[in-house]
Design a protein around this ligand. Structure first.
Ligand SMILES: [Zn+2]
Length: 75
């Protein structure tokens, strides 16, 4: 699974998202939708991909800062 080392950042989005947690190369099972109300308008939503293990870590990071966030299962 993890020997797909070449990174060509294809903008098509056909490959599954990789976890946004630093150093984690796992396939994401969750997508965290969040925004910083101080710098982002209500229509501006950021996306972080998260594996099962890092979803709570990333969500805690956001909620600790008071950022609204929502987790969606990656199909
Ligand atoms: Zn991860």
């Amino acid at each position: 699974m993890s020997d797909r080392a070449s990174e060509t950042a294809a903008p098509g989005g056909e490959r599954p998202p990789v976890c946004s947690s630093r150093g984690c190369r796992r396939e994401a099972a969750w997508m965290l939708l969040w925004r910083n109300p101080r710098i982002h308008g209500a229509d501006r939503v950021k996306r972080w991909a998260a594996c099962e293990e890092h979803l709570p870590v990333l969500r805690d990071f956001l909620t600790a800062r008071g950022f609204p966030c929502e987790a969606r299962r990656v199909e």
